[in-house]
Design a protein around this ligand. Structure first.
Ligand code: AMP
Length: 193
């Protein structure tokens, strides 16, 4: 299996690049943000709980997020690999993901962080808010908090993979195809085993 953690702050382009990576490498894309949004649309209990955090730009508690992610992985037992997008966002989530992969006799192959300067992120989130219909993208205060939460709680997760020799970074500014090409170069350094 090839299991990628695609990492980076809100607005870095993880969703856009994930779609292209799925097409090329046939991996299963799991975005915890998308799964929470599906739950909100579906009016589930999980959706109501998640919304109370998402509306403020805070993280949904680890226990809830990890349980949901485990259930999504279990639904894809024939996957040749996964792209984890927006997960893990804390060290306990990274540790839980390692345990889950071990249980499935596999491991996280690599993490790639998309590097985008803060000014550019803010611009992108405002633009996305105009047509995504995502309330968290449309509110400048919430956007600011999401970026602050990323620096305070999430950025450290990169250390977890760095200490395992699995961390890579890719410039996330420029045209979509150029960024995709840089990602593929890193991906192709890992054999599909
Ligand atoms: P995203 O679509 O990845 O930007 O996520 C949108 C929101 O969903 C975040 O601001 C969090 O409130 C919540 N969320 C998504 N993934 C996670 C996660 N791994 N841990 C905690 N909260 C998350």
């Amino acid at each position: 299996m090839l299991n990628l953690v695609l990492f980076g702050p809100p607005g870095a382009g993880k969703g856009t690049q994930s779609q292209k990576l799925v097409d090329k490498y046939q991996l299963v894309h799991l975005s915890t943000g998308d799964i929470f949004r599906d739950n909100i649309k579906g009016g589930t209990e999980l959706g109501t709980l998640a919304r109370s955090y998402m509306d403020k730009g805070e993280l949904v508690p680890d226990e809830v997020t990890i349980k949901m992610l485990e259930a999504e992985v279990a639904k894809n037992e024939n996957a040749v690999g996964f792209i984890f997008d927006g997960f893990p966002r804390t060290i306990p989530q990274a540790e839980a993901l390692d345990r889950l992969m071990t249980k499935l006799n596999t491991s996280i192959t690599l993490m790639i962080e998309l590097i985008v300067p803060e000014e550019e992120l803010t611009k992108r989130l405002i633009l996305r808010g105009k047509d995504s219909g995502r309330p968290d993208d449309s509110n400048p205060d919430v956007n600011g908090n999401r970026i602050a939460v990323y620096h305070k709680q999430t950025a450290v997760a990169a250390n977890h993979y760095n200490s395992q020799g699995k961390y890579h970074k890719v410039e996330g500014v420029g045209d979509i195809e150029t960024i995709f090409h840089s990602l593929c170069k890193v991906m192709d350094g890992y054999a599909m085993v």
